[in-house]
Structures are given as structure tokens and as C-alpha cells.
Design a protein around this ligand. Structure first.
Ligand code: CUV
Length: 678
């Protein structure tokens, strides 16, 4: 065999690489993926080319709940004709198997959000008791607003005069009551009553008001054990309890307590994309989810001593930026720059100028440890629940009792790594300005258009048809779909049709990068009605509401819309829908299900592991609507997603007697190209 033949053989065996231009619509991503490949550094994009997903798992019909399997029940090529005779060894039907798998995703997703929030509640209580000196009760207005939901009085009558109680006293009681919600075994979660009355009554009638948080998650783990719940409808009912415990308790309390500790977000400017990194500065990235650590890192990085220390190492200064939902947390509260969303975490390191990535929990790809080894980046884990064995990862445990000292130690380690850079950094130019921080309170304040905030003007604009409806477009990136593309295509379609978009998570970041989070984008992307409203009020047509736990803000905002009147009595009456176009994490499934159980029509993109079980799928996609007024759907094409959302919104408008809505704007190819170019 000649040397040439050998080389050809080796080339054949060489791993196939992704085509950068085919996998993302984000220029910075395309640029850095090209660099990664030139540097010989493998990323998720390349692996997505070489490794195909398992079709049985994708259909949701692989059961590995016991050691007699795994039992694999793929759909026959021709589909199921007549009786579906597929069974696991124990006799489990595809429905039982898919429902169990789905339920465990709900459990894991709810656990992730709720465990994050439980940690927040613990620190909140420590702060209230003045046992965690680096944390304070910052947003007292929000504390006073939430205290009644916990049954905590905010005033006391002294000498016949009603006076406000001591803030820290209130906070201790709120903290104790909140923390008890996780372990509660009987009764109802307190925040269930924050939902519109009709919704709460429906949950009661259906018997799905969660008793507590942890117990509903444990219940799923039990009932999905081998030989336990074998009725997919009954399993889904438990999914509702656990998911509602996530959305209306775990996540919602997490958001609220974080707001009290760190401030409720109000509109603030920020910048996004890899262009926020500076080659001649120390660049520190925070990545993960919990603001407990990142808030302290923000303070540490602004410390003049720390900046001087960075300069002493030869850097011009210190840049702190974020990845994933941690980025959203420090963005919406402090306007800190965002380096990128989920699929950009490896690529940030590929710039060669990231001196450390500080991670806590969730959405951290193990491969960042390997990518870091191609460059000089230090990966620092900080949470005992999320350590990394691969590569050369450091662990500096973060303890909230001496939070700031830990944060400084971590940042110092990053600075010490600056002189170790291996190669000339290459930072993409791409970055965009954006306005973010639309908490439910901020929306009320901004749209209220008066001294006192109100949702009435928003409702008025929905009723008069300027705004056709509301869509929540949230969720992740997914290496199985074109990065940012599905979300952006869908959102642009919705805007064109006068649908205002509420967003969180990595989807929000996609919008930021594409310029959709600037007020100026309204006249470029929106239909005339929505453009007029946005221009009058001075808001972007896509409102960035925060991280994934902040999807609870969407529930609160939607409830406020119901309360403001004129659009029905329940969340399911609203001309509104939800979508996670590029979802990938189990948290997304938990979120999806709490939206459905709250009465929202919810579309997921890509794939959903239910398609191998036709009766179970019908239950999720059709029958749930009769029960909850909301249902699941799976749509791959973003134009079709938009079509279904618009149809749903029009259906709801008609039911409300608001059916003078204009026809959907149908775009031809030229229109689309114009939009794409804009
Ligand atoms: Ni929590 S869950 S990839 S960071 S939104 Fe982004 Fe958001 Fe999904 Fe993860």
C-alpha cells in the first residue's frame, strides 16, 4: 500500500467535521467553529455529525427501568396497523414506557429548578438571620409584595397605629415559610392561589394542586419504578403535580427570593455575543445557573484591587461576562455582558482569551474541559453537585457564609492564569446592544404608561387588535437543529403578525444577538399594530424576562393580564401560546408541562420522545386540551410553528368575541429575504 493510499484510508477514518455555515446562523459561532476546526479542537457541532441519535430513544420507547431489558419498542416502519402488540418483557405497553420516561424528565427538570431555588431559599434565610454577611435584603418593596402570599404580616398595630414591621423580621418568616414548601407533605403549595381563581379551582377539581415540591418529584420516581404505575393518563396527572410544583412554587419562589436578595430586574442595556470579550483584558466567564455565586463574582470583578491585580499581570483590565442562564441573571440585574448561549460555551474558549470559566450547575458541557486543554483556559467548578472529572479542572468550593472571599479567590485564580495564554487570541467582532430586564413588574410599569403600573393598556391593545396576541418563546439551543435559526425564524414570523414575544433562556440570547431586543427593531420586524405600540411605549417587541427559572415571570405576567380584565377568566382564555423551538434539556420538559397544565398551548421543536407511543401522544397533543385547556404539540418547521400559534391565538380571540383580527400576513420569498437581510 502506497503512502498515499494509507493517507486516504486515514482520511476516511478521520472524524467528519461540521460545516460551520450549515450549523448556525450566528456569525461569531461560524467564525469560532472554523477556528476550532483549524486548531484541531473538537466540539459538539462536529460530534453531532458523526453521532446520530438512537431512534428508539428519540421515540421514547426504550425502557431501562429494570435489568430484564432494556426493552426496545420502536415503531414499525409502516407505523402501527391494527392492534399495537408491542410489549416489554413485563408486558409494558409503548404508552407506559414513553409516559414513564417522560415523567422522569419532568421529575429531573423540576428537581433542577427547584433544587436551585431551595439553595436560594437557604441563603435568603441565612441573609435574613444575618448569618451570611455578604447577602442583604435588597429589594424591600418586593419582599413586602410577596410576604402576604406566605401569610406573613407586613404591618403591626402599635398604640392603635399601624406601622410596618422590621424588614429582617418579615424576611425571616418569609424565608422559613418558603423553605418549608420543599418538605411539605400535606395540603397545598402556597403559591397555587396566585394563579387566576378559575385555574386554581380547576386544579383542585382535577386533584393536581401540588402538596409540596420534593414529595411530588419523589412520587414520580416511585410510580415510574418497575411494576408500578401502568396507566399513562395517571402518570401524566402526576407529571402535572410535579411540574406545577416547579412552575408555581420552586421556580416562582426562586425568582421572587432572588429578586429580594439581588433586586427585581427593570429595563437595562446590555451587550451580547463573543465580541464582548477583549483580547488584552483578563476575561472571566460565569456559566451555569445560580446567581448566588455570580452576584458575588460581579462584586469581586468590580473591586479596584482586583482590577489592579489584573493590570499587575500585564492585562489592560478585567472583563466579566456570562454564558447560559447565569449570564441572564447578571445581565437582567446589572447589565453585565453575555458571551453567548448554550452552543457557544466551547466556542468562547476557542477565542483563546478566556482565562477562566467559573461554573456552578446545569447546562455545562463536559467537553469544555477538553476544549480548555487546547488553549490555556482554567475551568473552575464551584458546586459539590457538579464536578468534572475530564481534563484538568479545578474545584474551588463556594460557601455562601464567606461568599465574597470565595469569589475573590476564584477571580484571583483566573487572573493568575492570564500570563499562561498559549496563542494569539482571536475575538469575533460580532456583538449587539440590547434592552433587557422585563420582569412582570417592569412590564406593568412600562406598559402602564402612568405613575402607577398596570396591565390594562396591554389588554386594551390586545382587545383593539393592535397586538394580536402573546407568545412565550423560550428554551435552549440544540446541536440537532441549526443554532438560533429555528427560534429566530419563528419569532420574526410572530412579530410580523403583531404577536408580542416574551422570552427567556438561550432563546432570549438568540434574540439579543439578532438585534430583536432593541426598541428600534420594532419598526423593522413588526406588523403595523405591534410596531405602533412598541414605538409609543419605547419597548422592544421581544421582552427578555430572564433565565429559565424566570419562566415563572411569564406565569405571573399572564395572570396579571387575566386580572386586568377583558380577556377571559383563566389563562386558557388568553390569546397566547408557548414554544420552545430548540429545546434540549429535561428542564424544558418540566417547563413545557407546567405551561400546558396552566392552560397554555405549547409547541416543542426538534423531537419529543413520545412519538413511538401513539395513544400517549394523542393524550398529550389532543386530550389534555379538554382537561387543562392547554396541550402539547411537536412541530419542526418554524413557519408551521408560527402558523399554528397564530391559528390558536385567532381561535382564542374568536372565543372572546375579538374576531375582527386581520388576516395573517402571508410572506412570500422576497419578503422573507428582506427580513433576513434586515
Ligand atoms: Ni436555564 S436549560 S440550555 S441555560 S435555556 Fe439554555 Fe437556560 Fe436551556 Fe440551559
Amino acid at each position: 500500500m502506497s503512502a498515499e493510499d494509507i493517507q486516504t484510508k486515514l482520511d476516511d477514518k478521520a472524524p467528519k467535521k461540521a460545516d460551520p455555515k450549515a450549523v448556525s446562523v450566528d456569525v461569531a459561532t461560524i467564525q469560532m467553529l472554523t477556528k476550532a476546526q483549524a486548531d484541531g479542537c473538537e466540539t459538539i457541532f462536529d460530534r453531532a455529525v458523526t453521532m446520530k441519535p438512537c431512534n428508539i430513544g428519540e421515540q421514547g420507547t426504550c425502557c431501562k427501568m429494570c435489568a430484564q431489558g432494556p426493552c426496545r419498542l420502536p415503531l414499525p416502519k409502516k407505523g402501527v396497523e391494527g392492534m399495537d402488540t408491542r410489549r416489554g418483557l413485563c408486558g409494558a405497553t409503548p404508552e407506559t414506557i414513553a409516559a414513564r420516561n417522560f415523567a422522569r424528565m419532568v421529575a429531573a427538570g423540576s428537581a433542577a429548578h427547584s433544587d436551585h431555588s431551595k439553595g436560594v431559599a437557604k441563603v435568603f434565610l441565612a441573609a435574613a438571620r444575618k448569618e451570611a454577611p455578604d447577602y442583604q435584603i435588597k429589594d424591600t418593596e418586593k419582599l413586602l409584595e410577596i410576604a402576604p402570599h406566605f401569610g406573613v404580616p407586613t404591618t403591626v398595630v402599635k398604640d392603635g397605629v399601624e406601622t410596618q414591621r422590621d424588614i429582617y423580621e418579615i424576611a425571616v418568616e418569609v424565608g422559613e415559610t418558603a423553605l418549608a414548601q420543599w418538605g411539605q407533605q400535606e395540603g397545598e403549595i402556597l403559591y397555587a392561589k396566585r394563579a387566576p381563581e378559575a385555574r386554581y379551582e380547576l386544579w383542585k377539581k382535577l386533584g393536581v394542586v401540588p402538596k409540596g415540591i420534593d414529595c411530588e418529584i419523589v412520587n414520580i420516581m416511585h410510580r415510574t419504578h418497575m411494576g408500578c404505575d401502568q396507566d399513562y393518563k395517571n402518570i401524566i396527572k402526576q407529571c402535572s403535580r410535579a411540574a406545577l410544583a416547579d412552575g408555581w412554587a420552586g421556580s416562582m419562589m426562586g425568582t421572587d427570593l432572588q429578586d429580594v436578595l439581588f433586586g427585581t430586574p427593570y429595563p437595562i442595556q446590555g451587550e451580547i455575543n463573543l465580541g464582548v470579550l477583549k483580547p488584552d483584558h483578563v476575561n472571566v466567564l460565569v456559566h451555569g445557573h445560580e446567581p448566588l455565586l455570580s452576584e458575588m463574582i460581579v462584586i469581586a470583578c468590580q473591586d479596584p484591587e482586583m482590577i489592579e491585580y489584573a493590570k499587575s499581570k500585564g492585562a489592560k483590565g478585567l472583563v466579566l461576562a456570562g454564558l447560559c442562564c447565569t449570564a441572564n441573571e447578571i445581565l437582567v440585574r446589572h447589565g453585565m455582558p453575555v458571551a453567548g448561549n448554550y452552543l457557544q460555551q466551547e466556542l468562547a474558549i476557542v477565542t483563546g482569551c478566556v482565562d477562566a470559566v467559573i461554573v456552578d450547575v446545569q447546562c455545562i458541557m463536559e467537553n469544555i474541559a477538553n476544549v480548555a486543554q487546547c488553549y490555556h483556559t482554567k475551568i473552575i467548578t464551584t458546586d459539590p453537585r457538579a464536578m468534572i472529572e475530564s481534563g484538568d479542572v479545578m474545584h474551588i468550593e463556594f460557601d455562601e457564609h464567606h461568599a465574597l472571599a470565595d469569589a475573590k479567590r476564584i477571580v484571583k485564580t483566573a487572573i493568575d492564569n492570564y500570563p499562561n495564554r498559549k496563542s494569539e487570541p482571536m475575538v469575533p467582532k460580532a456583538k449587539e446592544k440590547m434592552v433587557v430586564g422585563f420582569s412582570a413588574e417592569a412590564i406593568s410599569y412600562h406598559l402602564g404608561g402612568s405613575f402607577r403600573g398596570s396591565y390594562v393598556p396591554l389588554n386594551d391593545n390586545i382587545i383593539n387588535g393592535r397586538i394580536r396576541g402573546i407568545a412565550g418563546v423560550v428554551g435552549c439551543n440544540n446541536a440537532r437543529s441549526v443554532h438560533d435559526s429555528v427560534s429566530l425564524t419563528l419569532i420574526k414570523e410572530l412579530l410580523k403578525n403583531d404577536i408580542i414575544v416574551l422570552t427567556t433562556g438561550c432563546s432570549a440570547m438568540a434574540c439579543g444577538k439578532a438585534g430583536l431586543l432593541s426598541p428600534e427593531s420594532a419598526k423593522v420586524f413588526c406588523g403595523p399594530g405591534l410596531a405602533e405600540v412598541c414605538e409609543t411605549v419605547g419597548i422592544p417587541p421581544v421582552l427578555h424576562m430572564g433565565a429559565c427559572v424566570d419562566n415563572s415571570r411569564i406565569l405571573v405576567a399572564a395572570t396579571e393580564v387575566v386580572k386586568a380584565g377583558g380577556l377571559g377568566k383563566d389563562l386558557s382564555d388568553l390569546p397566547a401560546a408557548g414554544c420552545a423551538p430548540e429545546w434540549m434539556s429535561e428542564k424544558a420538559i418540566a417547563i413545557g408541562h407546567y405551561f400546558v397544565a396552566s392552560g397554555v398551548y405549547t409547541i416543542f421543536g426538534g423531537s419529543l420522545p413520545v412519538t413511538g407511543a401513539p395513544r400517549f401522544m394523542k393524550h398529550l397533543f389532543e386530550e389534555l386540551e379538554d382537561i387543562y385547556g392547554g396541550k402539547w404539540d411537536l412541530v419542526v418547521d418554524p413557519y408551521e410553528m408560527a402558523r399554528r400559534i397564530i391559528a390558536h391565538i385567532d381561535k382564542k380571540r374568536k372565543a372572546l368575541g375579538l374576531d375582527k383580527a386581520r388576516e395573517r400576513v402571508l410572506m412570500d420569498m422576497a419578503d422573507r429575504q428582506k427580513l433576513e437581510a434586515a
